[in-house]
Design a protein around this ligand. Structure first.
Ligand code: SF4
Length: 358
């Protein structure tokens, strides 16, 4: 049980995935997974470059067969991000990935086939000095828990995860990150709360699996990951979406910013508009959001519908615009800077951002 005022993530044992520390109170890191064919190293490295630019900190690639191993080695040698090898079923691929430059492994011990094979992977990762992310989901439970009718799904996930961790430790291996994934929000939250209680020193990789396409997936991930992060649970996260993985990273950063943990980029504050709005707020907000993609300063920018209430409602913003009829007020910290013509408002806002924050 965490002491009062101490976030559970401050009590986990830190492990290093390449240069990125996971656990021990380190900043919650953002991960994603390549959608390219790992055998095509050039395409995968190009996708990793886009993900790194968006703020991804750890990248995972699938090794579905031995045909991917040469590409995997090439990717590890040139990737700007630490590369995690994602392996299911075939323990020989995991062993080979350790020898080809993996910064970490992700395996689900429940689908590797036998403890002997799991032990061979543990020993090879130990020799390579890299951590293992132990994954557990409905399809990879410990057989000792899978068929038990007296247990709930959450209890099966937690029981399996706990037994896997105990096994790894009994083998002398402690560089562990744990993930127990489900596609429902309540299950995801409940499982991770229980793991944080039962295994308080094990860093947790959190996320919702098979969360869905951009809109539904964003909502499910934000609800589950957001709730856990607010409780201090979760050391690293992957916000999985059926979308371009760059979008996963963008949404992950927006979520970290929204819960007040980390900020990489500007945050846009805009009002919902009401009958007092006298300018094209939706169009202006969309334009500001688009142009903010090129700004790195972690500032808060407001775009408000009216001069009467806008600057006051957005007092916490570093800078903003509040619209009127044919003109807008440029303000900072709730105080006016100057009045600008509506047609020039966005350009004026960005010149002021450039002047003050770059
Ligand atoms: Fe309405 Fe003005 Fe508030 Fe926007 S800022 S919701 S237009 S009162």
């Amino acid at each position: 049980m965490a002491e009062k005022g101490v976030a559970p993530r401050e009590l986990t044992r830190p492990v290093k995935v390449g240069d990125v520390v996971v656990g021990g109170g380190a900043p919650v890191s953002v991960q994603s997974m390549c959608t390219t064919d790992t055998a095509d190293a050039a395409a995968t490295l190009a996708q990793i470059a886009r993900l790194a630019e968006a703020g991804c900190e750890i990248i995972r690639v699938a090794i579905p067969s031995a045909a991917a191993l040469d590409g995997f080695a090439e990717i590890c040698a040139s990737s700007p991000l630490p590369v995690v090898a994602d392996i299911h079923f075939d323990h020989r691929l995991a062993i080979e990935a350790c020898r080809r430059g993996a910064a970490a492994l992700r395996v689900n011990p429940g689908n590797i086939g036998s403890w002997e094979r799991v032990d061979a992977v543990i020993d090879e990762a130990g020799a390579a000095g890299i951590p293992i992310r132990i994954g557990v989901n409905a399809g990879s439970l410990d057989p000792a828990f899978a068929e038990r009718e007296d247990l709930t799904h959450v209890e099966k996930l937690v029981g399996s995860a706990t037994s896997f961790v105990e096994h790894f430790r009994s083998r002398g291996f402690s560089d562990i990150v744990l993930s127990a994934k489900a596609h429902g929000v309540p299950t995801t939250v409940e499982v991770n709360r229980a793991l944080s209680r039962e295994l308080p020193d094990v860093p947790l990789h959190i996320g919702v699996t098979e969360a869905g396409t951009a809109r539904q997936g964003t909502v499910k991930n934000a609800a589950a990951i957001g709730a856990l992060l607010m409780e201090g649970i979760g050391d690293t996260m992957r916000l999985s979406l059926t979308a371009d993985p760059v979008e996963e990273v963008n949404v992950a950063w927006d979520l970290l910013s929204a819960v007040g943990l980390r900020r990489l980029r500007p945050e846009l504050v805009s009002c919902p508009t009401c009958g007092r709005c006298q300018w094209d707020l939706m169009g202006i907000a969309a334009e500001v959001e688009r142009r903010l993609a090129g700004v790195r300063a972690p500032i808060t920018v407001a775009v408000m519908g009216c001069v009467v209430n806008g600057p006051g409602e957005a007092k916490g913003a570093d800078i903003g615009l509040a619209g009127g009829r044919g003109q807008a007020m440029l303000f900072a910290g709730g105080e006016p800077i100057r009045t600008v013509a509506e047609a020039d408002a966005v350009d004026e806002l960005f010149s002021e951002i450039e002047r003050r924050f770059s």
